[in-house]
Design a binder for this molecule. Sequence first.
Ligand SMILES: C[S@@+](CC[C@H](N)C(=O)[O-])C[C@H]1O[C@@H](n2cnc3c(N)ncnc32)[C@H](O)[C@@H]1O
Length: 273
Amino acid sequence: MSSYEDYNRVSRSYDGTRRPVGLNIVLGALASSGAPLDSLKLVDAGCGTGAYTAALRDHISNIIALDISEGMLGAAAKKNVDGNVAFLRASIQALPFRDRAADALLNNLVLHHLPDNEAAGYPAQQRVFSEFARVLRPGGALVIGVCTREQLRHGFWFNQLIPSAIRACCERTAPLEVQISMLKEAGFDVKKPAVPWDDTLQGDAYFNRLGPLDAAWRDGDSVWSLAPPEELKLACQRVQNMEDDGTLADYVNDHNAQRLATGQITYLRATLR
Ligand SMILES: C[S@@+](CC[C@H](N)C(=O)[O-])C[C@H]1O[C@@H](n2cnc3c(N)ncnc32)[C@H](O)[C@@H]1O
């Protein structure tokens, strides 16, 4: 289970705003396993509603998509009815595969949901990276999508409306250099991280200035569920007040500007030694 978001509920609205971004980066990284893409056995670990699985199916014929939420898996299965994708309910903390079973592994925007401990150096994440190393064959490709702390603080126009939610999400997000060290420790060679600069996780819906007032829109980014009720109420009041006095569009433009320098998502790309 996510340690804070109710993904069984969220599964009903998630696809309304979310898009599989950075696909070219993901495909390029998966191709680094040294075998042709269409011959790979790929695990989409934490597949959610299967947006990436569905997009990758055109290139990769053998995909196992797993998630811990029954609701998210159900939505993923509906999207992939005619494909040769296997769906599994499982946790990335204990992958139900034998050693060296996979050629490639995608893990997109899942790690911040682990029950982890910043002060102790993110032991849950360390264990998950060891699990990824166990399941991949030598040379196998690993792609991990994360919103970095910098992206969380500056990559989304609404983030200053919910400061304690952003702080909580940053605590759950190991600094990128720490994640890279943990991956190396687990046995991976790590390439330079890649950012799809122009992509927004929620596509055009990200620019909907009244989005924060709509619970289904907020379900498109789990950071909202970390906002205490009073902070959420104040954020909605501010959005409504700015809309009423005609300043909201400028607020969105001004606060979106930094996204162009940070992007919203970073891909860690690695191969197993
Ligand atoms: C933000 S969504 C990302 C979904 C998908 N990877 C995507 O990018 O569209 C996070 C997903 O991680 C799943 N998740 C959280 N903790 C997990 C765990 N320990 N094992 C497997 N999936 C987990 C949630 O159920 C949710 O579907």
